[in-house]
Ligand binder design. Structure first.
Ligand SMILES: [Zn+2]
Length: 77
C-alpha cells in the first residue's frame, strides 16, 4: 500500500492552486494534463510546474507523472 505516501490532501491542493492563482481555472475545468489532455481536478492532480510563463500540470496516472518528471530533469536551466 503506497497510495497515501506523498499524497497531497484535497485541501492542500486547493490551497496550492489558490496560491498559484489557478484555483478558478481548475474549478472551471480549464486546465488539462500536459500528457494525456485529461481535465485536471483536485482529485486527479499530481504535480505542477511552470514553463515559459505557463503552468504545466500532470494528472495522477503513473504514465503521465513519469513523463512529467522526466521532462523536468531535461530542463536546461
Ligand atoms: Zn495525464
Amino acid at each position: 500500500m503506497r497510495e497515501t505516501i506523498g499524497a497531497v490532501h484535497d485541501d492542500e491542493v486547493e490551497q496550492l492552486f489558490k496560491g498559484l492563482g489557478i484555483l478558478e481555472d481548475i474549478m472551471l475545468e480549464r486546465l488539462v494534463c500536459g500528457e494525456c489532455q485529461r481535465t485536471i481536478s483536485l482529485q486527479n492532480f499530481r504535480a505542477i510546474t511552470k514553463r515559459d510563463g505557463a503552468f504545466i500540470l500532470s494528472c495522477n496516472r503513473e504514465d503521465c507523472f513519469g513523463k512529467f518528471a522526466a521532462g523536468l530533469q531535461k530542463e536546461p536551466r
